[in-house]
Design a protein around this ligand. Structure first.
Ligand code: PGA
Length: 248
């Protein structure tokens, strides 16, 4: 069964209303015939204006995080209801930068993931090992824990997207080789099969992320288990359109 590829941008803490709108206006005609799902996950404060800019196009505007509580005393956080107010469908959860700088753990990833799913949002759950973990041969063990804990209590794994993002490849210009990315994503798929069901494993969309760009996207996307990309740096420029059109 064919999985529809999914290319998502992650703007991180970049862009302003003006530069974001300009980029979306330029991207719209370039990505309109894409054969994949296209999304740009943007800083929460830009969601309203970027949603307006993308209206009528095939670009979905997503978020970069969501809090697990419905509401309450969580200064600086954004709830699922707030995202839904603006028609957000996709939300990145557990990005390695959240884990590294903002105390995100597999437990909070799990809570956010469950909240997103309960609210009909599609979480893009990020997993991935650091360089030392890879060098120590711990990649599979790290992924096991991230998936077992992060996805605990999820009823239907096909309702989420997984982004495999080796931490050592993010923003470093060091992409995983096609073979490394394929091998690890195939492992993640197998693990989803064990945690959920073989059919779920076949259906779940798994993206690669980490220095994916206009030059290396074709090779990565040609791998049988890689269903898309989560694109940081290259989503801030027109290269994003080249990646979306990787099959043309
Ligand atoms: P990068 O970021 O493409 O700039 O490496 C990817 C990500 O962090 O999602």
């Amino acid at each position: 069964m064919a999985r529809k590829p999914f290319i998502a941008g992650n703007w991180k803490m970049n862009m302003t209303v003006e530069s974001g709108k300009k980029l979306i206006e330029e991207l719209k005609p370039l990505v309109k015939d894409a054969n994949c799902t296209v999304a740009l996950c943007v800083p929460a404060i830009l969601i309203p204006e970027m949603t307006k800019a993308a209206a009528g196009s095939n670009i979905s505007i997503g978020a970069e995080n969501v809090h697990f509580a419905a509401s309450g005393a969580y200064t600086g956080e954004i709830s699922a209801a707030m995202l839904k107010d603006y028609g957000v469908k996709f939300v990145i959860i557990g990005h390695s930068e959240r884990r590294q700088y903002f105390g995100e753990t597999d437990e909070t990833v799990n809570k956010r993931t469950l909240t997103a799913l309960e609210n009909g949002l599609t979480p893009i759950v990020c997993v991935g090992e650091t360089l030392s973990q890879r060098e120590n041969g711990e990649t599979e063990k790290v992924l096991d824990t991230q998936l077992e804990t992060g996805l605990k209590g999820v009823e239907d794994a096909t309702k989420l997207i997984i982004a495999y993002e080796p931490v050592w490849a993010i923003g470093t210009g060091k992409t995983a080789t096609d073979e490394q990315a394929q091998e690890t994503i195939a492992y993640i798929r197998k693990k989803i099969g064990q945690l959920f069901c073989p059919k779920c494993a076949e259906k779940v969309i798994i993206q690669y992320g980490g220095s994916m760009n206009a030059a290396n996207c074709k090779g990565l996307m040609a791998q049988p288990d890689i269903d898309g990309g989560l694109i940081g740096g290259a989503s801030l420029k027109l290269d994003f359109a080249t990646i979306v059109n990787y099959d043309k």
